[in-house]
Structure formats: structure tokens, C-alpha cells
Design a binder for this molecule. Sequence first.
Ligand SMILES: *[C@@H]1O[C@H](CO)[C@@H](O)[C@H](O)[C@H]1NC(C)=O
Ligand SMILES: *[C@@H]1O[C@H](CO)[C@@H](O)[C@H](O)[C@H]1NC(C)=O
Ligand SMILES: *[C@@H]1O[C@H](CO)[C@@H](O)[C@H](O)[C@H]1NC(C)=O
Length: 405
Amino acid sequence: MDKILLWSLLLICSGSQASRPLAQRNIEFAVDLYQAICLSHKDNIIFSPLGTTLVLGMVQLGAKGNAQEQIRQTLKLQENSTGEEFSVLESFFSAISEKRQEFTFNLANALYLQEGFTVKEQYLHSNKEFFQSAIKLVDFQDAKASAETISTWVESKTDGKIKNMFSGEEFGPLTRLILVNAVYFKGDWKQKFTKENTQLMNFTKKDGAAVKVPMMKALLRTKYGYFSESSVNYQVLELPYKGDEFSLIIILPAEDVNIEEMEKRITAHRILKWFSEMQEEEVEISLPRFKVELKLDFKEALYSLNITEIFSGGCDLSGITDSAEVFVSQVMQHVFFEINEDGSEAAASTGMNIPVIMSLAQNQFTANRPFLFIVKNSPTDSILFMGKVTNPDTQKMKARDLDSL
Ligand SMILES: *[C@@H]1O[C@H](CO)[C@@H](O)[C@H](O)[C@H]1NC(C)=O
Ligand SMILES: *[C@@H]1O[C@H](CO)[C@@H](O)[C@H](O)[C@H]1NC(C)=O
Ligand SMILES: *[C@@H]1O[C@H](CO)[C@@H](O)[C@H](O)[C@H]1NC(C)=O
């Protein structure tokens, strides 16, 4: 089957979405997911909208009827579209493979099905081609062994960063199909922070208590914006990674603005506004090293976004397998993300504590309180990660990282 035909199969069903630009619709889905996850997570959050789109795209490819329709509506796939939506993924993957030496981006994407069911040949082929994903068979009846098999696979795909994704307790006698998505990203900053400038400083958590965190400091010319909307003030800062393929965007509410207040204001429209209105300026930046890691079953969040059918017996996944007994038990995603002076991965620091003398830059961006962040793929405006830091997790950092400060 050629590509064009397959794209049109992917997109054959209709939604009733207005023809908003593609980037906006992708971001709308990311924001919907964020709001749904927020309901059950009050502290640090990280997830990958892109990763979720990928696994749902995989299921959609093998789903029919209502099961497919719900996914299409939630992903905001368009009527009469000619493959536009998934072409983003294509350009994303090709950009990634071209610039592989600039950063590490590991995506482990798989659909695990109970042994004994037969996966349709066509489905295997198209998944491999479009989603760079795998369909694997395990025996969930042996919960421990299947958990180990899946965890080992994820670990090997993420440079050992994501371990023990499953324990086996998640699986039961009715487990037939689970979706697994793990994402690991490591990139160097385009402009690195100097380790010697990092200082221990107070970070004020949501409850008002202070924790000491290693605060990285730099005076940089970078994209920045100060926004003020009905007495809610906040700053947005963009830090590009080497290669200009990805960047980190930090949304920092003013001291008198509650992080939840800020969270409520996130919309696709606003995010696109930040992207377009930020200007290159000189900014004095203080940003904590931080590490966020989250393992999430999206079932609950997807339920609240009206994707329900794929989770119930009798749903039509006949593009995947002929059996009517197959439905999705879990949609598990595990993301690990870390920021330090070099970029987004750990490296032992041996810096000495040299005081920083900074010029009096007009703009000061001091992330010493909860903030939101986005990692975007710049050419496509797709959102790789989205999250919230309410407490930079320094507990698990190596003791010498802190001792050296
Ligand atoms: C989609 O296709 C249908 C039938 O082919 C047509 O009536 C409708 O106007 C099209 N909608 C858009 C948004 O192009
Ligand atoms: C940091 O927080 C501690 C504990 O709340 C407080 O005693 C100390 O004065 C703070 N330091 C600075 C520099 O604000
Ligand atoms: C889910 O479906 C209900 C009822 O059809 C609708 O009111 C609601 O807006 C939908 N929610 C989302 C997030 O699409």
C-alpha cells in the first residue's frame, strides 16, 4: 500500500473541527491533556504530548467506528484532511535523524499484546513505517515476567535512564493490550551556563516553605517576554538547545500569582502568542537545576477527554486483530527530564563557588518559585514535553553536586 493511500486511511473519518492551523490543534490537545493531568497531580508534572499523540495515533490506525472517532475528535484531526496531521510526525522524525549528533532523543513506543492473538500483517507494516513503533507479544498471565520484559526493553531504549517501568502488579488476568511510551531527551544548551556561577539559593515552594537549590546563573541574549493580563503578570523565557531544533520555554508567574492561577490561563492561543511575541533581549537568568520524572497511566485523563471506547470490551480494534476480546488496559508513559548547566542531563559538577558579578540587566528572570515549562520542537511547533516544577527535586541529586557549591 502506498503512503498516500495509507495517510488517507488514517484520516478517513471526519471530525467537525474548524480548519484551524495544524500547530494550534496539536497544542490544543497538549493543553487539554495538561488540564486533565492537573486534576490528579498537584506537584511536579512532566508528560509528552507528542508521545501521547503517537501512541493514540497507533491505536487509531487499527481502530474502527466509535473507538476511532473518539480518538480523532480528541486529537482534533480534521475532516477532509490529506495527511497533514501525521506529516508533522514525519518531518519531526526526519529532522531528528538528520541532527542526531546534536542531541539524544530516545523514544520507546510500543503496543504490547497478549500472546495468542494474531496481529494483522498490514498493521505491523504501517506502524513501523509511520510511528516508528513496535508491536510485541507477551504473556500477561505471567505478570512478573512480562513486566520484566517490557521494562528491560524500555530501559535499553532510553540509555538506561528509565528503569523498572512496570512491576507486574499492573497486569491482571484480563490484560490484553497495553500502550507503552517512554521518552528520554538530552541536549546541550546553545549557550551553556558556567558551573562556577551556580549558587545555592532559596526556592520558595507553593506552601511558602523555602528549600535550598543549586541556582544556575547567566546573562544571556535570548527570547523573552513580559506579559500582563487582567492583573496577572508573568514572564516567559526561551532557551534554545544546540542545533536550534528544540528549546525550553519557561513560564514564570509573578511572585503574587499562584501557580494554579497561571495554569488556568494556559490555552493554545496564548502559547502561540508567546512563541510569536517573545523578543530577543538581554536577560539576567537564575534557573534551578531540576529533575522531573513521572510515570503516568493516561487512562483517567483520556477518559475525561472522551476517549472511552478503546478501554471497554467489545470495542472495534479489528484493524489490529480479529479478536473482539481485545481492548486497551493501560496507556503508560514514563518521562525523565533533567536540566543542568550543560543542558538537559546530569553531569557531575566540580565547580568552585566564585561569586557572580552581573551587569544590571534590565530584565531579571529569577525562577525561585514554581513555574511551568514547555520543550518544543521549533520547526514544527510541536510540544515534546510540558510540565510544572513546584519543587526542584534535588533530593536525588548526587551529594557531591551540592557539596561542591
Ligand atoms: C469535506 O468534504 C465534503 C464532501 O466531500 C464537502 O462537502 C465539505 O465541504 C468538505 N469540507 C471542507 C472543510 O473542506
Ligand atoms: C532562606 O530560607 C530560610 C528558611 O526559610 C530563611 O531562614 C533564610 O533567611 C532564607 N535566605 C534568604 C537569603 O532569603
Ligand atoms: C466530551 O463529550 C461531552 C458530551 O458529548 C461534551 O460535552 C464535552 O465537551 C466533551 N469534552 C471534550 C473535552 O471534548
